[in-house]
Design a protein around this ligand. Structure first.
Ligand code: BTN
Length: 329
């Protein structure tokens, strides 16, 4: 149900970069100009700044640097029925919160977003650095009720969709390092953590978690991470509108999930993989269960496993593992 804040924001956004008079806003809402001003104060408190001119009215001068529910809601292009999302100021891990909400019976699909995580998790139990520096920490929860074999390429498909979204949104060229890293120039800007609960041979709960460095300054990171990490703002040279990106991400993830469950993804998977895969033909080391494997990546199989050709020409298949790109000698 849109509130007056939603209506004001929607109108101001729709008129950008133009102005909108206080009288027009008051008429739209059926309230006084003073009431409009009071609502704008609430938006100001959330981080919006407005330029005001007596003869022209208002226009947006600055946007919130952190996640803001009304801003995301206003910028959602389509809002599928039954979808809901929550923005937490701080949470242990959005994946953990999504799991708790699923266990408590919350209707899926839904998304949990947070400005900051105190126990952000990555693969292999690693910590995901999650300070409140204008990045995205988001988890999407679904109840697919399908056999686990049907979801084998799910994270890869979601990663391709995130890459495509970023390419369109910010005119950048991301790449995927199998299976779950989003990179720019060899540095990591995003990671995905998909977790599932399987009951009697079907996936009951599925959580797709995404951490994306959007506006974090390199200076805010511990030194070892700063060398390996990059944010979208580092790539574009300017901060991005975090809430517009969050809204676009929600739309894209929900659509990608639908395409996947309907089997539509097979039509474009190979093309997208070809566009965003960073590993094909590259020498790598793959760490799996404490063992190191060296070879040249020859591609993916139908189940999303990585195919690696060793020095003797034998192709090995890996369902999981951590890949390091080697320098070409
Ligand atoms: C990785 O690269 O190892 C995966 C990182 C996934 C991080 C995201 S941030 C949102 C969600 N909540 C978590 O605790 N982890 C994922």
């Amino acid at each position: 149900m849109p509130t007056s804040d939603h209506v004001i924001l929607r109108e101001l956004l729709a008129h950008e970069p133009g102005w909108l008079s206080g009288t027009a806003l008051a008429a739209k809402l059926g309230v006084s100009r003073v009431a409009v001003w009071q609502h704008m104060e609430k938006l100001r408190a959330a981080g919006y700044e407005f330029e005001a001119q007596r003869s022209r009215g208002y226009r947006i001068a600055a946007r919130p640097k952190t996640l803001h529910t009304v801003s995301i809601e206003t910028q959602l292009k389509v809002r599928p029925r039954n979808f809901s999302f929550v923005v937490h100021d701080e949470i242990d891990s959005t994946n953990d919160e999504a799991a708790r909400e699923l266990a408590a019976g919350r209707a899926a699909p839904f998304a949990i977003l947070a400005r900051r995580q105190t126990k952000g998790r990555g693969r292999f139990g690693r910590t995901w650095h999650s300070e409140s520096t204008g990045n995205l920490y988001a988890s999407f929860a679904f109840r697919p009720r399908v056999a686990p074999e049907r979801m084998q390429t799910f994270t890869l498909w979601m990663g391709l969709n995130v890459c495509e979204l970023l390419a369109n949104f910010a005119q950048v060229t991301p790449g995927i390092k199998w299976p779950n890293d989003i990179l720019f120039d060899g540095r990591k800007a995003g990671g995905m953590l998909t977790e599932a609960r399987v009951d009697s041979d079907e996936i009951r709960d599925l959580i797709f978690g995404l951490g994306l460095n959007v506006n974090s300054p390199e200076t805010g990171l511990p030194p070892d991470l700063a060398r390996r990490a990059i944010s979208l703002a580092d790539v574009t040279g300017a901060p991005l509108d975090l809430n517009r990106l969050a809204a676009a991400l929600i739309g894209r993830v929900l659509l990608a999930y639908q395409n996947f469950t309907e089997g539509e993804h097979v039509k474009s998977f190979a093309d997208l993989w070809h566009r965003y895969d960073l590993l094909r033909g590259k020498p790598i080391t793959l760490l799996e269960g404490g063992r190191r494997h060296h070879g040249i990546v020859s591609g993916l199989d139908d189940e999303g496993a990585l195919l690696v050709r060793d020095t003797r020409g034998k192709v090995h298949r890996f369902r999981a593992g951590e890949v390091t790109l080697e320098k070409i000698k």
